[in-house]
Design a protein around this ligand. Sequence first.
Ligand code: ADP
Ligand code: GN1
Ligand code: MG
Length: 377
Amino acid sequence: MTGKKTPVNPADEAAPGVFAGFAADGRATSIERYGAGHIHETFRVRVRDRGHSGYILQRVNGRIFADIPGMMDNIVRVTEHMRRRLDGVPGSDPAREVLTVVPARDGASFLHDGSGEYWRCFVFIDHRELGARPGTPAQACEAGRLYGRFLALLADLPAPPLRVTIPRFHDLARRLDDFREALDMNRAGRRDAAAAEVDFAAGHGEPLLATLEDARRRGLPLRVTHNDTKFNNVLIDSGGRGLCVIDLDTVMPGHVLYDFGDAIRSAANAGREDEEDLGRVRLNLEVFRDFAAGYLGELRGVLTAGEAGLLAFAARLMTFMIGLRFLSDHLDGDRYFRCGRPGHNLQRARVQFRLLEEMERHAPEMERILAGLAATS
Ligand code: ADP
Ligand code: GN1
Ligand code: MG
């Protein structure tokens, strides 16, 4: 047969050789692409041993993470701390409830391949493969419980502070600067066609930033936060029980608003993150309530009144910020988020902006739900 061959991604070719460099048990029987993350190249490795669930092998995105050894140090510290804390909890199973880093044969937590790329390996945790949003309110509650417990378990992480793996990651002032720069540069020549979204972004940024800065001035605490709390960054077992929080690359100092808000904009959107039909983008208030119930249930006595009072705002803040990042990346020529089709990032931005409008419309109900949960906790 003639015709074009699908280009082979160098990561696919390198994966088997790289896997052999990790101190994993058993020989690989298959190595396949896995998951739907936007950032790394992820593979599932199956091994011969029948009782073994295998491994996750990842080529880490070195364009986004400048200090991969530093990031892996964070991940090792965080997972070891959580494991120690869970060891003391009756009925918990730290082997499945915390990521396990598999070291390279030289003992390092990552491996550097011949072409300058960094790789890492985790034990694969068996789970139920779910979509990008909860299928049931119970799943939303479990996701909330896991992210809430994550914050609680790391509240006493000993010094020194974790490294900042992406500087100013959730800093709205920086994201607004980046947006204005992308607009000025108009690198991909897409500015005029995105005028409606650009106007939306220009009108919404400053009021959100003002509220956030005001909260900071009043002493909004910095905690160890996850910073990437999408629904597909938690694993849920076959019985529907929340198991493990994954994707620990951005665990670093942050505000609780970032975790709560990002989780809501991801889990409580009735449509997909890249939904073509904007009519499907609705705020699912049941998911909002159940996620919040799970989350706050784990954080009794941990959050300050100032934090608790800003959770509905947090959902709007993060929905806007991630929409803004998608829009800036679109204007910039899709250099950051993995895209599957032309206009993908623009559509993602539209979805977040529509969801933000939904949240504005439902703000009183969101506040009522949160007040009801506070009263019962
Ligand atoms: P990205 O930053 O690209 O989202 P993730 O670390 O979230 O990368 O991994 C991508 C996907 O791989 C996850 O959404 C999940 O489906 C799967 N995954 C990652 N780690 C594990 C693990 N230890 N066990 C099982 N599945 C995992
Ligand atoms: C990226 O890594 P992943 O796919 O879980 C991004 C998040 C965005 C998200 C949008 C390090 O998350 O900040 O909210 O895409 N992660 C990074 O889907 O930029
Ligand atoms: Mg992920």
